[in-house]
Design a protein around this ligand. Structure first.
Ligand SMILES: [Zn+2]
Length: 684
């Protein structure tokens, strides 16, 4: 196969998904990797003195070329997980890992960067260019390049093994999720399920060529059953399957058990940290974060936990009382929690996601979102109709700024599919980069969600939760797209600390709770009637329903993650459970099931970038609450002066400065934890 005909290597502005075949991935990646290796060798050997222009910048460019191609491959692996695509991904992943580890461990390159850092030209560079050089030197050190050769080789081997194990962990979860479904022939067993969920499960059964209904572990199906199914036994069965995925207790034919994978991952991570002279992996992870020490993180989490205890206790008791008095459930079990909560929410606020859904047809929500960001940042968004896509439901949009300059494009892949990973996320497809000829490559972004697909003849109707998810992901998309930084390693969301990257996304969620904003798009899909004021008031009142229990749940994940990464690795997986049990002493306000092994499917910390970083969600929430209070305190949720400050100091800056400095530039001071408690009305 000729390389020039490989659609992955085409210089097209947008990827040619329909022309791409799985077998083209490996040769394309091989070709770029070999080209990049040659270029780096050449840059190192040709130059006597190293500078920004003859070393750092050209490397930024070739890295961007590789990233653009690899983004397509890993994207398809997430949204089109057929055996062929997965195999192609699995073959190339180790090559990519090897390349990055090799690059990070290239001692000659490290020495060359040190020379640029020490050179007379360094002071003349702008702060973004200086930051890139400092980031590189930091990363070289974290990759062990300053270590003796033996230890350095071990760091390299560890990194490669880790990336394979993390991918294995994710595959086990995905396959367990896909490998289980519950076939129902008696519709009475599904009483309580909303019509839409019922219809979706009928279609699911049809897809499996069965009569009746099929319940799966895809999140929309799982969520609907746990929240609405009156049949307690069905709820228990689905809950048990979901929370034991990828464990030895999973009821599927194959277990896809992650227990040993977790042990191995933890062992390698702790070894890696100790090789690099850190006390543990948690300390190692913080070398690249906004919060700088383990004490700072634990203090933040424990302080927040202390402040939530009383209210969480009260909320849990209210739920148990309600279960007993109104639902005839005397012994509240984990699979009753969402169900009873929904009933309680409905009784207290007479509101259900199903009612609200009628007011959130997909297109109206999208237009509303676009109007809001237009009023805030002056940007306009147009849909592109003709383009090459990986699935028929995918859409493409362009973002123009107030001066009518194209700032970037984004794909939206809205609906859940069997071959698509669950959840919602944003990944840069192409990062903004100033090419060597001075031309700017505009960024392109993938926005992926897993909403229920529209039923025949109607529009997709989103729950308010889904609307919030869409706003959240769009916040990431703006961060990735509105960047004005010209260098890919620190443009958009690249190079932004993990514990800061959720600020733009969580900030966007706030507009889903403001009547002035909802008026723009919450309209009944049949009558076009706007969301009634009393329904809005109930929605607003429901926002803080069980808020402490929600925070405590997040704190449980965050404390488990952080404490686990401070703990010495052990041979047996039992210690992982022990760390979790210890955390639960301060977080278990609701009943637990002995069989629950949700740690075995905890993708964020065992296969995502959130290891020793789950606290970031809460930390970003503190920042976003604090940022939104800048708008609220002026009583102007569309204040474009404050928005302009956010755009200029945060969205456009990417990772070009330490994030604390960016936040202070926007807000005039560091984030205050109290802002979060205030937002949730836990303090006045
Ligand atoms: Zn996010």
């Amino acid at each position: 196969m000729s390389e020039t005909n490989n659609p992955l290597l085409s210089k097209n502005e947008l990827p040619l998904f329909t022309q791409l075949k799985p077998e083209q991935i490996e040769p394309a990646i091989d070709s770029i990797l070999s080209e990049n290796r040659k270029t780096i060798e050449k840059l190192l050997s040709e130059n006597k003195e190293y500078t920004w222009n003859n070393l750092v910048y050209p490397i930024e460019i070739i890295q961007a070329n590789l990233n653009d191609v690899w983004a397509i491959v890993s994207h398809l692996e997430s949204v089109k997980n057929t055996p062929e695509w997965h195999k192609a991904y699995e073959i190339t992943l180790p090559k990519i890992s090897e390349y990055y580890t090799e690059l990070a461990q290239n001692e000659k390159l490290y020495q060359a960067f040190l020379k640029v850092r020490q050179g007379a030209g360094f002071k003349k560079l702008n702060f973004a260019e200086q930051k890139i050089i400092d980031n590189n030197i930091r990363d070289f050190k974290l990759a062990g390049v300053a270590l003796p050769p033996e230890k350095r080789a071990e760091v390299k081997a560890l990194s490669m093994q880790l990336s394979e194990l993390e991918s294995q962990f994710q595959q086990n979860v995905l396959q367990a999720t896909q490998g289980w479904s519950l076939h129902i022939t008696d519709v009475d067993k599904l009483k309580g399920l909303p019509d839409r969920a019922l219809e979706a499960s009928r279609l699911q059964a049809k897809e499996q060529e069965k009569e009746g209904w099929a319940l799966t572990l895809d999140y929309p199906s799982y969520h609907a059953v746990l929240t609405y199914a009156d049949d307690r036994g069905i709820r228990e069965t689905v809950y048990q399957a979901f929370t034991t995925r990828a464990s030895n207790l999973f009821p599927g034919k194959e277990k896809f058990d992650n227990s040993q994978t977790m042990v191995k991952i933890m062992k390698l991570r702790q070894r890696l940290a100790s090789l690099l002279d850190f006390n543990h992996y948690a300390e190692y992870a913080l070398a690249n974060r906004m919060l700088k020490s383990p004490e700072q993180v634990l203090h933040f989490l424990n302080d927040l936990s202390d402040r939530c205890q009383d209210v969480a206790g009260k909320e849990a008791n209210n739920l148990k009382t309600f279960a007993k008095e109104q639902c005839q459930i005397a012994d509240l079990r984990p699979w009753d929690v969402a169900y009873v909560s929904e009933k309680m929410l409905h009784a207290n606020y007479a509101i259900s996601q199903e009612t609200l859904r009628q007011y959130f047809p997909e297109d109206s929500v999208l237009n509303g979102l676009f109007t809001i960001v237009n009023r805030l940042y002056g940007i306009s968004i147009n849909e592109v109709k003709q383009f090459d896509k990986w699935h028929e439901s995918v859409r493409l949009f362009e973002i123009y700024d107030a001066n009518n300059h194209l700032r970037g494009k984004f794909y939206l892949d809205p609906y859940a599919r069997p071959d698509k990973r669950g959840g919602a996320w944003v990944v840069p497809a192409k990062v903004r980069v100033k090419q060597l000829d001075g031309n700017i490559q505009a960024p392109v972004t993938y926005v992926v969600t897993n909403f229920s697909k529209p039923l025949a003849g109607g529009p997709a109707l989103l729950t308010h939760d889904e609307v919030t998810t869409l706003f959240h992901e769009f916040g990431h998309c703006l961060h990735a797209t509105l960047s004005k930084v010209d260098y890919p390693s620190i443009a958009g969301i690249n190079g932004v600390y993990w514990d800061a990257v959720e600020l733009p996304s969580q900030l966007m969620e706030n507009w889903c709770w403001e009547e002035e904003a909802l008026k723009l798009f919450a309209k009944h899909h049949e009558t076009n009637e706007p969301l009634p004021h009393d329904l809005f008031l109930k929605l607003k009142a429901s926002k803080n329903f069980q808020v402490s229990l929600g925070l405590i749940r997040q704190l449980e994940f965050a404390l488990f993650d952080f404490n686990l990464h401070m703990h010495p690795a052990e041979e047996n997986d039992a210690y992982i459970q022990t760390v979790l049990d210890k955390v639960r002493e301060q977080t278990a306000f609701l009943p637990l099931a002995d069989f629950n092994r949700s740690q075995n499917s905890f993708l964020h910390i065992f296969s995502g970038g959130y290891s020793a970083g789950y606290y970031s969600y809460l930390w970003s929430e503190v920042m976003s609450a604090d940022a939104f209070q800048a708008f609220k305190s002026q009583n102007k949720v569309f204040d474009n002066e404050i928005a302009a400050r956010f755009l200029y100091n945060i969205l456009e800056q990417g990772g070009s400065k330490d994030f604390m400095d960016l936040f202070v530039a926007f807000r005039g001071r560091e984030p205050e934890v109290n802002a979060l408690l205030k937002q949730y009305e836990l303090v006045q």
